[in-house]
Design a protein around this ligand. Structure first.
Ligand code: TEU
Length: 564
């Protein structure tokens, strides 16, 4: 069989990656916060699920203004999580189970407590130019509300910070900064780590000073620094100096504001830059993003836009690069709550979303708890931990008075990042088996019903559905080839109730049909995809009623057929 491709065969073409937010995964010390030993303890569980790699959110020394996304020492492990021996043991035991380890590299910015920044404030050489300093701040906005600049009393200058004031942006145009970062990456790779998820990496290249610093329109976030000058040069350099030296390494960029049409420039293997990038547009199909409010808006889930966005990424990267597929992560409220009816059809909805995602071309990412259908939580406003939400509240409600508190609160109930950060639900014992003491964040009340122990006992659980999806991608044969190399064709794109698509390779097609409503619906499938010999590969219901080219799908039903 000829395989349509121009990309190399890599381990992640047929694997899934599981994302761990260590603070909320498993606490073995009784501190109320998760730790590295907790991950080691659950490696058998993760192996049973079938995942090929773990992406672990930052575990490095940090004052924790943004839960580890503000690193004060890239070579030290945050005490709460454990120590270097734990990391070594985790790598060894994961590798024994054929699971790779991917670290989270936060290199767009450091913590203000990093010694580089402390020295930069004193203008100490060579650190004086490690950050982005200016006497005249621009009108750029921070992603988290307010200005993107803060004043430093010691140096009597402003420094740029696209996130919080405690997260100063590093100056990637300084060669010494890049060398430091590559050295850190090498250190972890030499220790046995398999690669990196690169945080906010589309923003590392700010325009050169001073000519075009002033021209940004107020509150147009990211316009001047997303996808900036030299970005490809630096990725090529990173590849050459670090990633290319290690067989099977992986680099995944978190890259918002990169247009579909340009994505291949980042991930085409021939260009030797990154392996894949996370994009954001499909996660904004149930809320508007506006100049004034960023994405702190309510909205209605626009399924057509969602389909078109995903289809466009599939088409734009076909034979030119590889997709990173996700619907959940630590920055997003739970997809099953946002895009389906998690009260009446949680199990069906969770499985259907998984099916939609896992049959596309790319590497599927599973965020902890997604595999058991964990949902949004009941969030009290004064219990919110997320710094993004807190700062947006200050900016939008208190300072700029753009919306009343009630409206802001109702937005957080649906979208707050904390929804994904509640402790992992392992069983129905106190604190969901996550910890023996008071947990850093409240456990979701539904843990008695939704937990790993229950899922493992029930052959029809969300867990086993994920296990099956992962296996379909892993098992060698025609299905694997189609999932890996087949083209993607969206069907009936304008339909507001269904998401249908086909994956085809050498005339053999897999058809994915899903009903995105809470009612049973009949759909007519175009004759190019004859249902005559359709065989079910996987479905979240026992039954399908096919009559000719008509198929009746139950609420949130998802089914994948082999048409050959
Ligand atoms: O996220 C970058 C990013 O673009 C998000 O902060 C996004 O703007 C936000 O989540 C929308 O709600 C990365 C990390 O994933 C995030 O956890 C960090 O807070 C951020 O970088 C700063 O390091």
């Amino acid at each position: 069989m000829t395989k349509q491709k121009n990309y190399a065969e890599k381990w992640f073409n047929t694997s899934c990656i599981y994302q761990i937010y260590p603070k909320s995964f498993l606490d073995t010390k009784g501190s109320g916060e998760g730790d590295l030993r907790g991950i080691i303890e659950k490696l058998d569980y993760l192996q049973n699920l079938g995942v090929g790699a773990l992406w672990i959110c930052p575990i490095f020394a940090s004052p924790n203004v943004d839960n580890g996304y503000d690193i004060s020492d890239y070579l030290k492990i945050q005490k709460q999580f454990g120590n270097l021996d734990d990391v070594k043991e985790l790598i060894k035991k994961a590798h024994e189970r054929d699971i790779k380890i991917i670290m989270d590299m936060v290199a767009n910015h450091s913590s203000e407590q990093h010694e580089w920044f402390i020295k930069s404030c004193k203008k100490e050489k060579p650190y004086d130019d490690y950050y982005i300093w200016s006497k005249n701040p621009t009108n750029w906005a921070s992603f988290f509300g307010g200005s993107a600049w803060s004043f430093n009393e010691e140096r009597k200058e402003y420094y740029m910070r696209l996130f919080t004031k405690e997260q100063p942006d590093l100056n990637w145009h300084n060669e010494n900064v890049r060398k430091e970062i590559y050295k850190i990456m090498q250190y972890w790779m030499d220790l046995g780590v398999d690669g990196f998820r690169l945080d906010a990496i589309s923003h590392i290249c700010k325009p050169f000073k001073p000519t075009n610093y002033e021209s940004d329109e107020k509150y147009v976030m990211g316009k001047m620094h997303g996808n900036g000058v030299n970005i490809h040069k630096y990725f090529k350099e990173m590849h050459e100096k670090v990633l290319s030296k290690y067989e099977n390494s992986i680099a995944i960029g978190e890259a918002n504001l990169i247009p579909h049409e340009e994505a291949h420039l980042f991930v085409n293997p021939e260009r030797k830059e990154l392996d894949m990038i996370f994009t954001f547009d499909h996660m904004d199909c149930d809320r508007k993003s506006t100049k004034e409010r960023g994405n702190f808006n309510h909205g209605v889930f626009d399924l057509v836009k969602f389909k078109k966005t995903l289809a466009s990424w599939q088409e734009n990267l076909f034979e030119r690069g590889w997709n990173a597929l996700y619907l959940n992560n630590h920055d997003q409220a739970r997809a099953v709550s946002r895009f389906t009816d998690d009260i009446n059809y949680r199990v069906e909805g969770a499985k259907m979303l998984a099916l939609v995602l896992h049959f596309m071309q790319g590497t599927p990412f599973i965020y902890q708890g997604e595999e058991i259908g964990m949902t949004n939580t009941e969030l009290e406003f004064d219990e919110i931990d997320d710094i993004n939400t807190k700062q947006a509240y200050k900016d939008l409600v208190l300072d700029r008075k753009i919306m009343p508190k009630d409206e802001f609160v109702s937005i957080t109930k649906r979208y707050c990042r904390d929804h994904s950060r509640t402790p992992m639900q392992w069983n129905d014992s106190e604190n969901a088996g996550f910890s023996s003491s008071k947990t850093w964040m409240k456990v979701n009340k539904n843990y008695k019903e939704i937990n790993v122990e229950n899922a493992l006992k029930d052959p029809s659980s969300v867990f086993y559905f994920y296990q099956k999806l992962i296996k379909l991608r892993k098992d060698k044969g025609t299905v694997q080839d189609i999932l890996t190399y087949g083209n993607f064709k969206a069907i009936d794109l304008e339909n507001k109730e269904s998401f249908f698509y086909a994956r085809t390779l050498n005339g053999k097609t897999i058809l994915v049909l899903t009903n995105f409503t809470n009612k049973e619906k009949e759909f007519e499938i175009e004759s190019a995809y004859s249902l005559e010999n359709a065989k079910v590969l996987i479905s979240n219901y026992q039954e399908n009623t096919i009559k000719g080219q008509k198929i009746s799908l139950k609420p949130y039903q998802g089914v994948a057929f082999k048409l050959f």
